[in-house]
Design a binder for this molecule. Structure first.
Ligand code: BGC
Length: 796
């Protein structure tokens, strides 16, 4: 009995002391300071987060979509339909908590108790996209419209693109934004792609190099980027659910390659997954794409966010490693909480996603309490924009050296967009800029005498037509373009009175829809008539006609180009466009842009003409990339189809000669170098783009005729001046992706190196031999199509 009592007493004592301990621990915990981001370790901060807090951090705060009413207080937010686009219920907090930067695209949730601030993200690829005016505030918040991505790529000048990034990133920082939702680097798979203007090129090396350059420039300001849209998002038709069917090889060699390059060499703070499905599954729900390839194989240190409302299943997205869901809504957070409770989503995965987001927040300007000015150096950045614009314009034709045009000339300026310029495309790629210099204004500024009566007639017509245009119904629906003014009454008079004619042809497009063939890819009836009539009248008087293309994507040129003397491809050149065009037309800047995308003779020559934008025709649900790796020049060169203007093409006001092209050794041992000298043999200073293409032996798999492996934009070379160039080729540059082996392999055999100034203007071919196959990289097996894609076979 005694013993029993003793035992009970001891047990009670132990229990009591245990209880004391727990209590003491609890008390200690209650009094211990709550971990704070930046002061405590990430592990401590994450351990201190409740499941609800985690579920809020990985889901954005929602955003105020123009035209969408705020949720009614006290009521459960409802889904809304905007122009046929169904938006999930908004997060009331998006309306309750004042925005740091009005007009920004989204924010994350703050968790004040743990010292986690809300960070702000904003579009887009051509400039910071925010509201330029704020209620009860007479300051303005305009941003610089830089030239569109396609123009930047046409510079082939990564140092210059980096400079644009430095200016751009400063604007991001000074407007209080943490992450810019750009650059965009999807591939120009088809000329009708509605967002091609935002994207760089049909070639992944160009796209990836430009992306890395601009990311480095932007991020040098201590702000982030979000390279987008990852991946295989090359069209807008049915963009939210189109199923892209594409082989692993085409993914690796074409559609992922640019992202890979950019991630490995510039570490963007974030990557934005795309809207589309890839081989049956939304990209934002594909673990092999986001965790396997992007994070594990390539080593992305930042986080992945969805495109706005992208994907359908928040839990699958979390499991895939899509760390942040944007713009976010409370239903997604609820689903995440429920999934952790039910075991569908592990706490470990959620913590991993949380950790990646926190790591980026830690280095954000908001976290470091940067005092932004709201006064970026807009005048300085406009100069950068103008400089870049002039560097990326491409002289397509210059018969009889019509250009440059001396500045004392009287110029008859035709075409609506000579007066109503298109600085950039629409949608999230648009920028709220304070002004946009038209070609006519730029010419006036340069000192040209722009024929006044004609200019007045155009301006009056445009003002009147604009006042009658239907209002833009929503974000995605552009008002129709104003039909070309008919200047018939002026043409003969101008052919007498003016020295030269300039005609601008303009095009606009943007997210949400692809371009059309009629009246877009092909010229309109009015444009054809304009070119024909002006050319006839001016040529009859022995005067010349120049066409300026103010376009964001490829158009048909072959049917009308013979009628005119010169063609300048100005792309969509940003807010200083007219001045930059005048810089090039006058010869103040010698054109040095080269095409980073092919201009076909006709749409039917495009490799993707039959498959774009997918099937069924009425409402495409699926698009099959049966051309495989034969995209752009890889197709035109391999299948011997003559383009109107080939990839890499561009004229100059001077001439260049390539010489002394030689390979360092006949046999490949780890690397080879290729040397070349480029000399300005003309009369004026200029820059050249020297390109290196490689033809690899097609031993076991078919391969493109040639592929761009390196390029250099020279400095400004004075007449007679030379620049010595060295290109290095490593084993990885020789390799193709072998799906059967999930590996990059360089095949043994003879490699031909072609050095030239376009894909079809090759100065010399040299070669070297690889003695034995090299497996340059073994990858995970990933992205396998549900049924194998029947692809074209190229040369074999
Ligand atoms: C676009 C993205 C953009 C996002 C936020 C989406 O509609 O596809 O490129 O960053 O909106 O505005």
């Amino acid at each position: 009995m005694k013993i029993k009592f003793k035992l009970i007493a001891v047990a009670a004592l132990i229990m009591l002391s245990g209880a004391f301990k727990v209590n003491a621990q609890r008390k200690a915990k209650a009094h211990a300071p709550v971990p704070q981001l930046g002061k405590s370790t990430l592990k401590q901060v994450i351990a201190a987060m409740t499941l609800q807090e985690k579920s809020k951090l990985v889901v954005g705060m929602g955003f105020k979509m123009p035209g969408v009413p705020a949720p009614v207080k006290g009521e459960k937010p409802k889904a809304v339909d905007i122009g046929g686009f169904k938006l999930p219920p908004s997060d009331p907090e998006a309306y309750e908590i004042p925005e740091k930067v009005p007009g920004a695209a989204g924010r994350t949730h703050a968790i004040a108790r743990l010292g986690i601030p809300s960070i702000t993200v904003s579009d887009g690829p051509a400039g910071v996209r925010i509201e330029p005016k704020r209620p009860n505030d007479n300051k303005t918040y305009y941003a610089t419209a830089f030239p569109v991505g396609t123009l930047l790529a046409s510079t082939w000048d990564t140092a210059m693109v980096r400079k644009v990034g430095v200016a751009f990133g400063n604007e991001v920082r000074e407007y209080g934004i943490d992450i810019l939702l750009a650059p965009a680097l999807n591939i120009h798979r088809n000329p009708l792609g509605g967002r091609n203007f935002e994207y760089y090129s049909e070639d992944p090396l160009v796209a990836g190099s430009m992306t890395a350059a601009i990311v480095k420039g932007i991020q040098s300001n201590g702000v982030g980027t979000s390279i987008k849209h990852y991946a295989a998002n090359n069209q807008e038709t049915n963009r939210n659910s189109i199923n892209t069917i594409v082989s692993e090889r085409a993914m690796r060699e074409i559609y992922l390659r640019g992202f890979e390059l950019a991630v490995k060499t510039s570490q963007p703070w974030t990557v934005m997954s795309s809207y589309n499905k890839l081989n049956g599954t939304f990209t934002s729900q594909r673990r092999d794409l986001l965790t396997g390839i992007l994070k594990n194989e390539w080593g992305l240190r930042g986080f992945v966010m969805t495109d706005w409302f992208g994907g359908q299943d928040a839990v699958a997205q979390m499991n895939a490693g899509n760390d942040l869901l944007m713009p976010g809504n409370p239903d997604q957070s609820d689903a995440i909480v429920a999934a952790v409770k039910s075991g569908q989503l592990s706490m470990q995965q959620l913590d991993a996603n949380v950790e990646r987001i926190l790591k980026v927040i830690l280095i954000s300007p908001t976290f470091t309490k940067y005092k932004y000015s709201d006064k970026p150096d807009l005048a300085g950045h406009a100069k950068v924009s103008r400089m870049a614009a002039a560097q990326g314009m491409i002289l397509l034709k210059n018969d009889g050296s019509v250009l440059p045009l001396s500045v004392n000339k009287r110029v008859a300026v035709f075409g609506n967009t000579s007066y109503a310029p298109i600085a950039g495309g629409t949608g999230s790629g648009d920028v709220n800029k304070a002004y946009s210099v038209s070609l006519a204004e730029g010419f006036n500024n340069m000192g040209y005498k722009v024929q006044e009566a004609l200019a007045k007639a155009y301006k009056d017509y445009i003002a009147d037509a604009k006042s009658k245009q239907p209002k833009q119904q929503n974000f995605f629906m552009l008002p129709p373009p104003i039909p070309e003014f008919d200047p018939t009454d002026f043409i003969l008079k101008e052919a007498d009175g003016a020295d030269e004619a300039v005609i601008t042809v303009g095009r606009n497009a943007g997210e949400g829809r692809d371009r059309k063939l009629e009246n877009d890819y092909y010229l309109t009836f009015g444009e054809k008539a304009l070119i024909a009539n002006v050319s006839k009248a001016f040529h009859d008087k022995g005067k010349k006609v120049v066409v300026v293309l103010n376009i964001g994507g490829v158009i048909e040129v072959a049917s009308w180009r013979d009628q005119v003397d010169a063609i300048l491809l100005a792309w969509q050149p940003g807010l200083e466009g007219g001045n930059a065009i005048a810089d090039v037309v006058s010869g103040k800047v010698n054109p040095s842009g080269h095409l980073a995308t092919t201009f076909a003779m006709d749409y039917k020559d495009e490799p993707t003409a039959k498959t774009f934008p997918g099937t069924p025709e009425a409402k495409p649900e699926q698009v099959t990339y049966d051309e495989g790796v034969y995209v752009g020049y890889r197709y035109f060169d391999t299948y011997k189809v003559k383009p109107a203007y080939e990839f890499g093409y561009g004229l100059s006001y001077t001439k260049f000669k390539l010489s002394d092209i030689a390979v360092s050794a006949p046999d490949f041992k780890g690397k080879v170098t290729v040397k070349a000298t480029v000399t300005n043999t003309g009369d004026v200073a200029g820059k050249e783009v020297v390109q290196l293409y490689l033809s690899a032996p097609a031993k076991n798999i078919d391969k493109p005729e040639q592929e761009l492996k390196a390029f250099v934009k020279t400095g400004l070379l004075a007449p007679g001046q030379s620049q010595f160039l060295v290109f290095t080729l490593r084993a990885s540059d020789l390799a193709s992706f072998y799906t059967s082996k999930s590996a990059w392999i360089a095949d043994a055999g003879e490699y031909k190196v072609k050095v030239g100034t376009s894909s079809r203007n090759i100065e010399k071919t040299v070669s070297f031999t690889l003695a034995k196959d090299i497996v340059t990289e073994k990858t995970n097996t990933a992205l396998t199509p549900v049924t194998p894609v029947e692809e074209w076979k190229g040369k074999q």
